[in-house]
Write a protein that binds this ligand. Sequence first.
Ligand code: DP6
Length: 323
Amino acid sequence: MNNRGKARAYGNIALIKYWGKRDEKLILPMNSSLSLTIECFYTETEVIFSDSFNEDYFYLNGKLQDKLSTRKISDFIDLFRKAANINMKATVKSTNFVPTAAGLASSASGFAALAAACNVASGLNLDHRELSMYARQGSGSATRSIYGGFVEWKRGTNEKDSYAIPIDDAKWDIGMVIVIINSKEKKISSREGMRHTVLTSPFYKAWVESCERDIEEAKLAIKNRDFESLGLITERNGLMMHATMLGASPPFCYWEPDSVLAMKLVRELRKEGITCYFTMDAGPNVKILCRLSESDKIKNRLKEFFREEKIIITGPGPGIVLL
Ligand code: DP6
């Protein structure tokens, strides 16, 4: 074993969303999902195992973290310690590289980078597929950040076949414009939100069924480089995920008035001939799937309503990088 490993992983935005678990502990999803890895934000993480540490230490952006956040990291590292038969404690140093003023932090890039660093430090040398299954147990969306471009996370039938596979490198004029509506930490985490939805929303069953169809159609659209179809599927899938929350009891909603404004602008831009489509996750920010070559035009339009530093343009990002 190397005792030390360092890796970088990029964030991703789901076009076909993961929303709901069938196994909370192993993080097995109810439905398959599909995302675009993006280059505008990433996490770099170093893991060091040593006999000289009496406990696990977790530094995030240079600051030593409290017991609760360190616990989550320790539990995750335990997966590697167990598999590689390691008894040593670890020091983890993690840095999030995010566009200024955006406040975009991501459990996806975080756990993917941690998994990749642990993989090297522990000497386990898992391949990407296995690594995605480890990352999955930290946070579902992290499964997909192991690869770059368009990535599918297969629902699978058991804990050994729910992993990510690369679909396409997305290097065909694909981009995203992210509108930061509010960078404060969300009140309802995605973990809590999806649990509540699965348990109480009568729309949930219809959601899972729609995803089966959406993911097949999205993959076909990517294969045919049919950007318009991919965008339309993305938009309807995102809206349907949010509809499941409106049907929950009690209902909840991540949208803010400005989220609706951004979504309306996307539809207006489309009428004017710019092919762009919106999606939203468990927060008020709006992500716009577009042609990278048209992203400046989209930004210019959004600038009439939103501050410039709140509008981020990004191209597709790569898979994990060892440092
Ligand atoms: C709406 O991966 O953050 O962004 O597995 O509980 O850690 P946990 O949840 P997380 O959920 C992401 C939900 C989403 C959709 C998506 O990224 O697919």
